[in-house]
Design a protein around this ligand. Structure first.
Ligand code: ASP
Length: 430
């Protein structure tokens, strides 16, 4: 969200010193402090007299998660409406773009689920669960999913945090508003403008509130890690380490999939794609924001890789708003990981729901830092996984967010290369 800050909030006064410490460093400091406190409080053998204190350490993480859950639905709603109202998508290329985006995202989720099912990172460490988890044994019910997708009232999905219904509402209104806008533009009218402005402002407002919540993440990390170490020692981190390795492996496989598609579906050589795109990947990695990387992505696609401007624009500027393959992969893997960790088996039907909600959640995950963490709450809710376990993932999100953002950007660039086709730009086109 740094990019929203830098583009929209002119700094009128110097920020306090703690705000100038990068968030990653704050989280690392919190981690070190938490481990020390956790060891001092017993490292797996806590003194019963400290029980209340140890339990209270989880309060910041609970509050942060509650706030993230509350922000998830408005974030998705305004992000989708904003994208649909403001982006310019030409007809045929638009349909091709939609197909490419959907295929890539589905592949990403399948890769994530495959790696999580094979490596089973959640079973690598023993985590004593503090909550009773009800085991839901829903069977695959496609008709039920369709029936569930239609909300009973317009605002109900916002209240229930139901991602599929929310996306149905957001897409319906987004498409209609988009149609109304183009009718008005054709007639030279400007009635749509106030609505577009309001949606833009609301989007920024949600992003800024999200910024506040993210600023509290170091406290949440401190509390949850200190509590975990105090109560259970270091065993849970073994499985968290396994999870990090699994996610990195899945992201690497997804990158290989992109390179293969680029090789066989476009004129671009995969090595040129990697070398030319390095600035964009690095910007994505260092800012954790594909929106912040967007101008760089657009630029390198044309100047370093040599794509046509129209293909670069469709993938990097339009696709980027909908396309978050790394995020989708991560959300699905997280759901499976937590289900393994707490022994709440997700059957095939539930994994299908995870696929569907992860697609929607990734579409709604605005291209800003930690947005995936916010929408993940909706994926968990859809299959009855307890969202408090996301607190565990908060501790590593600062790192995995960077990695998945780089893959999000690589996905956008792949789409651009595929749209550019098998023939390089000719000299007259340049
Ligand atoms: N940070 C990611 C992006 O900007 C979104 C996410 O949190 O997954 O693409």
């Amino acid at each position: 969200m740094n990019e929203t800050e830098s583009t929209t909030s002119p700094k009128t006064k110097a920020s306090p010193w703690w705000e100038r410490i990068p968030l990653t460093l704050q989280i690392l400091i919190a981690l070190v402090a938490a481990v020390s406190v956790g060891i001092a409080l017993g490292a797996g053998n806590p003194n019963p007299s400290n029980a209340t204190l140890i339990n209270n350490l989880a309060i910041p993480a609970e509050l942060v998660l509650k706030a993230l859950r509350a922000l998830a639905t408005p974030l998705i709603l305004v992000a989708v409406l904003h994208t649909l109202m403001t982006t310019n998508i030409p007809g045929t290329a638009g349909r091709r773009l939609a197909v490419l985006l959907l295929t890539n995202t589905t592949v990403a989720i399948l890769v994530g689920l495959l790696v999580a099912n094979v490596l089973r990172p959640g079973t690598w460490g023993n985590v004593a669960t503090s909550t009773t988890t009800e085991v839901t044994t829903q069977n695959l019910d496609p008709w039920g999913i369709v029936k569930d997708a239609v909300p009973e009232a317009i605002l109900k999905p916002l209240v229930d945090n139901n991602v599929i219904q929310l996306i149905v509402i957001a897409l319906s209104f987004g498409i209609v508003l988009r149609g109304l806008k183009s009718e008005q533009v054709a007639q030279g009218k400007k009635g749509y403008q106030p609505i577009e402005d309001v949606i833009g402002i609301l989007f920024e407002a949600v992003a800024r509130v999200l910024n506040w919540v993210i600023a509290l993440v170091p406290f949440a990390v401190f509390g949850i890690v200190a509590k975990t170490v105090a109560m259970q020692g270091f065993a849970p981190f073994k499985s968290l380490g396994a999870f990090i390795v699994s996610v990195l492996l899945a992201l690497a496989l997804q990158a290989c999939y992109y390179l293969t598609r680029v090789k066989f579906g476009s004129w671009v050589h995969p090595l040129k794609f990697l070398a030319g795109g390095s600035d964009a990947f690095l910007t994505a990695f260092s800012t954790s924001s594909s929106a912040a990387a967007m101008p760089v992505t657009f630029e390198v696609l044309q100047t370093k890789i040599g794509l046509r401007e129209s293909s670069a624009a469709l993938g990097a500027l339009v696709g980027a708003n909908f396309n978050n393959d790394g995020t989708a992969l991560y959300e699905a893997m997280s759901a499976l990981y937590i289900s393994q960790l707490i022994g709440q088996h997700l059957d095939l039907g539930q994994q299908l729901i995870v696929i569907l909600t992860s697609i929607f959640a990734s579409v709604g995950a605005a291209n800003i830092p930690n947005a995936g963490l916010v929408t993940m709450t909706l994926v968990f809710t859809s299959v009855g996984l307890p969202t408090q376990y996301i607190a565990l993932l908060v501790t590593i999100d600062w790192f995995l967010d960077r990695c998945r953002t780089a893959i999000n950007v690589m996905g956008d660039m792949t789409v651009s290369a595929l749209l550019d086709g098998k023939k390089p730009r000719s000299v007259d086109e340049a």
